[in-house]
Structures are given as structure tokens and as C-alpha cells.
Design a protein around this ligand. Sequence first.
Ligand code: NDP
Length: 606
Amino acid sequence: MTLETGIPVAERPAIDKKALLAKYMAERDKRLRPDGNEQYIEVKGRLAHYLDDPYTPLVEREPKTDHVTFAFVGGGFAGLVTGARLAEAGVTDVRIIEKGGDFGGAWYWNRYPGAQCDTASMIYMPLLEETGHMPSEKYAHAPEILEQCQRIGRQFGLYENALFHTQVTGLEWDGGQSRWVITTNRGDRFTASFIGLGTGPLHVPKLPGIPGLESFKGHSFHTSRWDYGYTGGDPKGAPMEKLADKRVAIIGTGATSVQAVPHLARACKRLYVVQRTPSSVDVRANAPIDPQWFKDVATPGWQQRWLENFTENQAGGSAEVDLVQDGWTDLSRRIRSKISELPADQRTPANMLAAFEDSDFEKMEEIRARVDAIVGDHETAQNLKAWYRQLCKRPCFHDAYLQAFNNPSTRLIDTDGQGVEQIIEKGFVVAGVEYEVDCIIYASGFEVGTGYRRRSGFEVVGRDGLTLSEAWAEGIRSKHGIHVHGFPNAFFVQPAQGANLISNVPHNLTDSGRTIAAVVSHALSRGAREVEVTQEAQDAWVELLLTSHGRMTGAPDCTPGYYNNEGQAPTPASRLNVGYPAGAAAYFRYIEDWRASGEFEGLAFR
Ligand code: NDP
């Protein structure tokens, strides 16, 4: 048997685990810095232009002062699927408030060349069965995902009431009227019986804290605001012909950069890929979806079956078949097969963790061997190798990224874990060497470890003036990640404290939409004006969560990144960013029963 490295498994040298771990620790230590999240610059003030919407012109409108049944903050997957589930349940008076110029959320903003989903489209794209859409590829590209968002918006009548280019500035509970008062930056002040919050984990771009960032006199932008006016081309992959005479630097080599670099490499006169930590880049193997195959698969209930099968394969489940067969299910299959090699009486937690570690060592060796097999220049290949466990950082999959470094006009500038030293008028400096460029593209990611208020841009003021910042001062506390005591008629749509399935976030969201629609329908049908989780029920849920073994991603001894709070010691708050202890598949079964019972245990309706 050979894998993609071309080296027969039997002939591979044995792994010196001790030496490998020492290398991992040395590479990590090189990157640890005391400022953690503080190293990044908040995009505001003079830098606010980095947030401008390059895609849709602003349309003037009159402020809203009316009342709606349900207001949802965020027009990404969370808002769309909740709106759809509410519409299915007969609640059609739903207003989505969105800071972008259309629906889509992450997929509205991220139109950089090559953007595509990393989890198979069949389970990543929401409501495929409801909308009757067949994904064109195993891993669909961004324009198709954005179109799916628009399709959901149209089909479920969510456009009519939506407010685009609108940022919520305040959400306040009016206990006398049992309703929420919503204010926005467009002068709106309207009320809603219920609110939903789906502002997403990765929507506030951040810039690297590189000295001199503002002194650059050339052109610059963040990947989530791609300036096709400057580069030429379009999100569908038309060549960026305006870069033919340009020297361009892309700073950052995370999942975004991995997808954008092959396109830039083809287009630029000179491309510098500036790297602090290499991503692990495994095989992608994308392919078109065959309509005949899809017709056979897409029988009633297909997408829910696929979602459940993926989750069973992923997170502690025991599915015998793997319908999805992507990089994520491959990863869990490998771990399971290593564990199954252990004799039954030796399957202790410690031995199972060791088996997991062994499977990781093997995979990462394979990924590093892939770099050698693809990248022609020896030094570049060495610098592109990731020295950490695969789930320390977002695993990447791509079949053209490593190849891009064989393009003579593309050069990797490795900073040996230190990052860019300085930005200057004409370009940037690494290790004392100045590089002149016409354009700097920041692929520097999004705020993750900062507070909810800073990321959402508003405070949520619940019953008796309790703010969400106060309620969550020591970490998120909720039941199911959805209901928060002190915040009646409010629903949070995000993965933590529920399934916490990070390999397919949309599954968490579509399921939360179902829960919310069920709770709201129940409240409306029995004439309840308020629904709120009790303190006892919330405490009991949090206590249950704390029995969880924690997360597989971003262990404290990992190389720094947003998966492990930039390498800072875990705080009591980060301990609460967990999911159901029995795993995602068990959570989805549990919550299905919770909804179906009609009792909504833990919620008080009044
Ligand atoms: P990331 O946060 O993953 O990457 C930011 C990059 O910027 C890192 O390589 C980081 O290096 C680098 N960086 C930061 N500061 C400096 C500096 N001073 N000098 C040089 N480099 C620096 O952001 P992305 O936008 O790539 O991805 C964010 C997330 O979005 C992904 O993890 C994923 O969850 C999601 N995503 C999903 C995709 C999909 O599903 N297809 C595609 C793209 C993104 P270092 O690693 O050392 O910190």
C-alpha cells in the first residue's frame, strides 16, 4: 500500500517520537509571546477603512420603528436556518439584521480567489434538500455557497423584512412589555417579541500588530474585503490580470491564504508569501458531483442522514459506513483504527490517547513527506513543514498550494516563527531584509479570543439591567448553548455548550434553528409572553459540561493560534467552551428527544 507520498508504508522509517516531540516543543516555544491576543490590532479608527464593504453599495432607507415577532442579529447561516425553521413553523414575521449588504455572513465577506468549503458540500451547505439544490462539487466554491444563502433567503421569504448594511447598537429587554428593543446604526428603534443572536465566531477581521503598519504607501486590504477593483478578476476565478505588473505580499499562511495563494501565484509579477507558522496541508481531491449519482443519493431525508452519518463518524459515534468520506472523517477513521488495534483489555484512557498520538504522528509525517514530494526547492520545502499535531491548528487540504511554490515568481518568506519585523513605506522587513511591494494582503484572520461585546459591537441588556458581559464575565453560561438565564425570549445560535461540532459548524446551527422554532411555536401556541431558562437548569447543564474531557483541538501545549488562545494558559472561561460530554452525535440524539417530548425541560414559560 502507498499513500500520496509515493513511499510504501512498510518502507517508511520508524518515527522517533521523542525527537519529534522535542522538535514540536522547540517550534512552539519559538512562537510563544506574552501578548497573546493583544498582539493583534483592533480594526477601528484610522484603520476602519479595512472594514468597508467593497461588494454592495449602501442603499438609503427610512428607520424602522415597528414591531416584529422575531428579530435575528446576523444574516449568515445561523440567521438563515433559524429564519427558515421559523417560517416552516408558521412564524413568518422574522426580521434579519445584517451588517453586510446581503445574506451570507462569512460567505458574503470572504470572496477571495479560491475560497471554498473545507467540509464536504453535501453536509456543509445548509438546507440543500429543502431548496432542492445539488452542489456542483464535492467542496463547493464560495460563489455557490453565497448563492445557496440567497436561495434560502428567497425561498423562506426572508428578504422582505431584512435590514442590510445595518449594525445593531443595542438590544434591551423591556420587562413591562415583554419585548426586546433593538437599536441600530441606521437610526432604527423597533421591538421584537423574540430575538436570536448568530453573529458568528469569525467575522471581525484582525490585523497583525506589526510596527509601522500604517506607514505603507502602497495598496493594502484584508482577505475578507478582497479588492477586485485593484487585482482584477472575480470571485468565480477569472484571472486577476491587473496584478501582472505588481509585486504583492500576502501576510499569513492560515486556511484563507492556502486557498488564495495558488491564484495569486498565477497572477502576480512577484508574490511573497510571508509565513510565521506553516499550515498542515493534506490532499483535497475535489471533484464535480455527478447528477446521476446525486439523484440516486438524494432520496427523502438524505441530508439529515448524511449529517448524522458524518457526526457519527466524527465525534465518538460508531457508524459502519462513511457516506461523506472527506478529510475529517478520514482523520477520525484513522484514530479509531489505531485504537481498535489495542487488545480489548488494554483500552484504557491513557492507551487510547497514546494510540491517538501515534496516529497523529503518522499522519503528520505523511503530510510533511507530501511537501518534499511536491516542492522542488529544498529550503522552501523544509520551511513549509508543519511541526505540531494536526489538530493544533486548523487542518488544511489543498492540491495546488504547495505546487504554487514551484512557480518561479512565487517566494516563501519564512520568518522562523517571529512574524514580520516591520512594515515600511515601500514594503516590509523580515530578519533585517527589506522587500519592496506594491500591495500587501493581510490574511491575518479574525478576532476569536476577544469578548462577545467587542466582537458583536453591542451590549445585550437583559432582565433587571443585567448585561451579557456581566452574565458571561467568567465565561459563557447557558443551557444547550442557546438559552441564557436573565435573557428571556433570547436565543443564541453557536456551537459551544451544545454539540460543539467544529468540523461541521452548520450542523450545530441547523439543529439550533429547529430547537428555537419548536420553543417559539410552543410559547406562541400556549399564549406565553415569556420563555426563559431557569437558573437551576442552566447551572445543572454547566455542571454537566464541566465533566467533559475537553477538546481535541488546540491543547495548551500546541503551537500558538486561535485554537488555544494564542498559547496563553487556559482561563476558567475557556474551560466553558466545550460541548456535551458524550459527544456531538449523542447531543443531537438528546436534543431531538428534548424537543420531541414537548416539555422543554428547564425552560419556564409564563
Ligand atoms: P488564521 O487566523 O488561521 O491565520 C492568520 C495567519 O496570519 C496565520 O498564518 C498567522 O500566523 C499569520 N500572522 C499573524 N500575525 C502575523 C505576523 N505578525 N506576521 C506574519 N504572519 C502573521 O486566519 P484565516 O483567515 O486563514 O482562517 C481563519 C479561519 O477561518 C480558519 O481557521 C477556518 O476556521 C476559517 N476558514 C475556513 C475555510 C474553509 O472552511 N474552507 C477557508 C478559510 C478560512 P500564526 O499561525 O503564526 O499565528
